[in-house]
Design a protein around this ligand. Structure first.
Ligand SMILES: [Fe+2]
Length: 461
């Protein structure tokens, strides 16, 4: 079935299409016709522009939206620093916390749930590269929260786009653009600057976030695959306009700005957009709709065939961040070692598991809510048990990854691990190598005679 059977039913409406020019009005006639900024917008609304790219970005990259709202976003008191000694999510700007650049393969046990904090305080930077002040790099977060955000609070990140991968629980997200429900096996992208409030209708939540400090996510090129498959354009869902009316309560707008937290007060809800149109908006995607491609002859193709979203560097084909998934799929290759090959990569590979068991790691150490990091040129591949099994198994067509969903954040950048990721979280598995690869035995059968590089013809190859 090409979509996920979610335990929690959808409760919102959406408009479909990735990169589509959408428009939505919660009250008919709230969008001006033709003009973006008429002298008097309909219903006494304010017109406000939200720019996700520079005005002059090339047309195919240009992301802007026009918002028609009860009060502009600027109507608030000055921002004040909040929790300045404790709140810091900038990977390269941590005067009191070292970033560890280490070549070791790392694997983490499942991260704990934390019922004591809300979304804003649930964000733990585990690894990252670059600096949001330079708009370069990425941050990789683990989130774990058990409390709704305050009823009169909204949050935004000025640092980058959040790609949210829930692993446990349900996120009910009210954004300025409308409401989005995000469940495990769905992902959600909230672009830089968009304000939102997260509530937890099914209790505690946990998952992963990739924050992209530079550019925006796009769909990968399909090349010879053609015009469909992988993540199909129509399956991305953007919210429809929804507004509240509240000009009496005191609201706090929280800003993550260069990794630090700031707060401003205002006496109106930030969720007052009656209509909007444009290309810059939040969206979600059901990973169960991914149309998986694979080899139908021999060999294990590169995992780039499983790319859902990509954010390219300045050089085409080289990603600052790829979001790649390993969905349930048939393996039919003949005379092939079917799991991933042994590998060293100029890219860094951070993996997580939403549910089930990842078919390349069957030893039990890679668990849902856990993670692994194979940094630049750090060697990795199937563990000894998986290698032994896959080298001897009868190669019938078989389905792998049933009721499972692993994913990877892959980046051309070397990612540093934070103190929290390496020590404070207390989840790093010290025996990762000992369990996975150190047990590998040589299988080389030296020919009895080698002359001029040629083995005796009687020897087994
Ligand atoms: Fe790899």
């Amino acid at each position: 079935m090409p979509f996920t059977q979610f335990a929690v039913k959808e409760k919102y409406r959406y408009q479909n299409g990735f990169g589509s020019y959408h428009e939505s009005e919660a009250v008919e006639g709230a969008l001006p016709i033709g003009a973006n900024s008429p002298q008097k917008p309909p219903y006494g609304l304010y017109a406000e522009k939200l720019s996700g790219t520079a005005f002059t970005a090339p047309r195919h990259e240009n992301l802007q939206s026009w918002l028609y709202r009860i009060l502009p976003a600027s109507a608030h008191s000055p921002f004040e620093p909040r929790e300045s000694s404790t709140y810091n999510t900038n990977p390269e700007n941590k005067p009191h916390e070292k970033i560890h650049q280490i070549p070791n393969q790392l694997r983490w046990d499942p991260f704990d749930l934390d019922e004591t904090v809300d979304w804003v305080h649930s964000l733990h930077l585990v690894a990252g590269a670059g600096d949001p002040t330079m708009k370069s790099g990425i941050g990789i977060f683990i989130f774990a929260a058990g409390k709704d955000m305050d009823p009169h609070e909204a949050f935004y990140s000025a640092d980058g786009d959040f790609l949210i991968v829930p692993q446990h629980g349900v996120l009910d997200i009210q954004t300025e653009f409308g409401k989005i429900l995000v469940r495990p096996n769905e992902i959600c992208v909230i672009p830089r600057g968009i304000r939102y409030r997260v509530t937890l209708p099914e209790g505690p939540v946990r998952g992963y976030i990739l924050e992209l400090y530079q550019g925006h996510f796009s769909l990968p090129e399909l090349g010879p695959i053609g015009s469909n498959c992988l993540a199909n354009t129509r399956d991305f869902q953007a919210p429809v306009a929804y507004f509240d009316e509240d000009t009496t309560n005191t609201w706090h707008v929280l800003s993550k700005f260069a990794g630090h937290l700031f707060s401003a007060k205002q006496t109106h809800t930030p969720f007052d957009i009656v209509a909007w149109h444009g290309l810059y908006y939040p969206y979600k995607y059901d990973l169960g709709r991914f149309n998986t491609i694979g080899s139908i002859s021999f060999d294990h193709p590169d995992p780039s065939i499983f790319t859902v979203l990509t954010a390219q560097s300045d050089h085409p084909g080289i990603a600052v961040a790829d979001f790649v998934i390993f969905p349930p799929r048939w393996l039919v290759q003949e005379d092939t070692f079917r799991p991933p090959w042994y590998h060293r990569n100029t890219m860094s590979e951070f993996m997580g598991l939403i549910h089930g068991q990842y078919d390349a790691k069957t030893g039990g150490g890679f668990q849902p809510a856990g993670a692994s990091l194979h940094n630049v040129m750090s060697a990795h591949g199937p563990d000894a048990t998986t290698h032994e099994k896959a080298s001897n198994v009868e190669l019938k067509p078989n389905k792998v990854g049933e009721r499972s969903m692993a994913f990877m954040f892959e980046s051309c950048l070397m990612v540093g691990v934070t103190d929290w990721g390496l020590k404070k979280c207390k989840k790093v598995q010290e025996d990762y190598n000992a369990e996975s690869w150190e047990p590998l035995k040589p299988r080389f059968k030296r020919p009895s005679k080698i002359e001029n590089g040629k083995a005796d013809s009687k020897d087994e190859i």
